[in-house]
Ligand binder design. Structure first.
Ligand code: UDP
Length: 310
């Protein structure tokens, strides 16, 4: 296949490029580099099956030649980034998704949308199944991301129904691994860099909110399976091993040998209280489930951050 990955220089986008290249496909990564970085794709320079285009997908997208698939991964993905880039976040989910779908229609390409567990908002149903419609505050600070992705899902389904575009939607739950930005503000980069500097970990609120962390290679495998599948409706991909943020901080301090403990800071507005994917659909329809346990994935992630910090 010849595949376009928008957000291809980001954390997940770049891992996706690696996997697609390893599967023998030709890959074009497109990124405006506001949260992505060419560091993430530096190792692909000189690979003749790979090409990078510096472009903002909220503007008309031009790609020369045929395309078999478009994976739309462009978007800020950290709550801190949504606060700093609220309008860009809304634009890439709306205009960017529209442009990418228009390109898919023009090229006869399959389209896969990177959606998110944030479409469930602060969920009242637990664990979250794909059939749950969510509990989102449209006007809160996180609403720019949640509503952009909800709009993106609606637009994707409309292109499928009205134009017959072959579409797939993955709802991605918290994912971690090498290539996360050191200062992107999410819990994994924060905790790992704080612990490696010997500082206390900043737990927001009382740390009783839960998340379920998936290692990046597991997530990418689920996405690749979804791309090749016939699933027309959203599929959750994430690791159902749920834990409180307080317990997560304890694990990180233990793995890094950090004795500085925890410091409590205020809970951000609309921070979801609990989150865990129901992955029955991915298990039964894609034959997928996560394989990398938290400690193993975190050890690889910590090693990567340690190299960067030094
Ligand atoms: N969090 C925290 N300390 C930090 C960063 C995040 O306690 O330094 C908490 C945050 O309040 C949330 C969870 O960790 O409950 C996950 O936050 P993240 O920003 O990684 O992503 P989210 O799952 O909220 O989109």
């Amino acid at each position: 296949m010849r595949v376009l990955v928008t957000g291809g220089a980001g954390f997940l986008g770049s891992h996706l490029c690696d996997r697609l290249l390893a599967e023998g496909h030709d890959v074009i990564a497109m990124d405006n580099l506001i949260t992505g970085s060419t560091d993430n794709i530096e190792h692909l320079a000189g690979n003749r099956n790979f090409k990078f285009i510096h472009h903002d997908v909220t503007e008309y997208i031009y790609v020369k030649g045929p395309l078999d698939a478009i994976l739309h991964f462009a978007s800020p993905a950290s709550p801190i980034d949504y606060l700093e880039l609220p309008i860009q976040t809304l634009k890439v989910g709306s205009l960017g998704t529209h442009n990418a779908l228009g390109l898919a229609l023009a090229k006869g390409a399959r389209f896969l949308l990177a959606s998110t567990s944030e479409v469930y908002g602060d969920p009242l149903v637990h664990p979250q199944q794909e059939t749950y419609w969510g509990n989102v505050n449209p006007i809160g600070p996180r609403g720019v991301y949640d509503e952009a992705k909800r709009f993106a899902e609606a637009m994707t389904m409309a292109y499928q129904r009205s134009h017959g575009v072959q579409t797939r939607i993955v709802r991605i739950f918290n994912t971690y691994g090498p290539r996360m930005r050191l200062r992107d503000g999410r819990v994994v980069p924060n905790f790992v860099s704080q612990s490696l500097r010997g500082e206390p970990l900043t737990v927001y609120g009382e740390g009783q909110q839960t998340r379920s962390f998936c290692y990046c290679s597991d997530l990418i495998d689920g996405i690749y399976r979804l791309l090749l599948s016939e699933e027309l409706e959203p599929v959750n991909i994430g690791n159902p091993a749920e834990m409180t943020i307080h317990d997560f901080a304890t694990v990180i301090n233990e793995l890094t040998g950090n004795a500085a403990g925890i410091r409590y800071e205020p809970l951000p507005v609309d921070d979801p209280k609990q989150r865990r994917p129901d992955i029955t659909k991915a298990r039964t329809r894609l034959g997928w489930e996560p394989k990398v346990p938290l400690r193993e994935g975190m050890e690889r992630t910590i090693a990567w951050f340690r190299d960067r910090l030094h």
